[in-house]
Write a protein that binds this ligand. Sequence first.
Ligand SMILES: Cc1cc2nc3c(=O)[nH]c(=O)nc-3n(C[C@H](O)[C@H](O)[C@H](O)COP(=O)(O)O)c2cc1C
Length: 324
Amino acid sequence: MMFGSPSLPTESLGLQFDNPIGLAAGMDKKGENIPNWECLGFGWMEVGGITLHGQSGNPKPRMFRSMKHGALINRMGFNNPGSEAMFKILAKQKSKKWASVPVGINLGKSKITPNEEAEQDYAGTMERLWEFADLFVVNVSSPNTPNLRELQAGSELDRILTACNEVNARISEETGAKPKPLLVKISPDLEDNQILAVADIAIAQGCAGIVATNTTTSRPGDDKIMDQVGGLSGKPLRQRSTEIIHTLYAHCGQKLPIIGVGGVSDVDSAWEKIAAGACLLQLYSALVFEGPGVVRAINRGIMRKLTEHGFESLSDAVGHAHRS
Ligand SMILES: Cc1cc2nc3c(=O)[nH]c(=O)nc-3n(C[C@H](O)[C@H](O)[C@H](O)COP(=O)(O)O)c2cc1C
């Protein structure tokens, strides 16, 4: 069964998207379904997180559902085959069938790599998998790798982005292909001033955008599941993630495109993030709770909203809450 979305063409990050809704990182960790996500109506996808070294992640159980809150808690811990094995998997996939929509790769850090050497992990994976991605996301915001989120701090992040930029520039020169857009993904648990500091570094490093946000370690309430350790996603994340998009857009305007993710599950939750300043969106939890029809439903709803508000294109609607 196909769940094709209506066409909502938009240009962002130097790439063309047929619609703004992407599959968030963590669902297709190994890139095993790259040709299939667009059949569900996704306009793009982010595969991974992938780390330099293969690792099995945390012991199971490591993923929990709260039906009451429409939320997931996960502590997967970057289970993935590692960059070398991923190269083989992606090369095989590409020789058979690939996506016709943009494919992003989420870069994580191996648990065995100390934070002091983190840049080698991120840049090493980027180098190995460069040819397969249309964009890369530096994930320094997963709560499930010890101390990973400390890498959002100024000099640490600077070092990682410098190393990734060097790889990007070198391969681009060697191959004659354009450098790939590099984005940073942030945690919703940062203070506003820390968020703006990350944004300033991202701009100074020439990043193509910022992904807001990853999962949160905060908890909305009283469900037994909420005692589980890990990152919370889904409906309870919606408000904080939208607030962060507002904060980022007010600070950066058009200088740093924002990818909105966190609790997008219907047209209203998608539209509020576009109004706040997101030019592209992603979702994960809604696919679990609402099923695959959710992507098409959101895109159709966005199309209706554009007409109702008299916007000619999606890009005209981005950040409109700041103009009214
Ligand atoms: C099981 C699971 C695994 C995830 N793995 C990753 C990951 O590897 N890298 C990453 O940047 N985000 C990861 N995420 C976070 C999502 O990409 C997304 O930022 C978060 O779930 C909020 O979106 P949602 O409310 O639509 O689920 C994961 C989320 C879940 C639920």
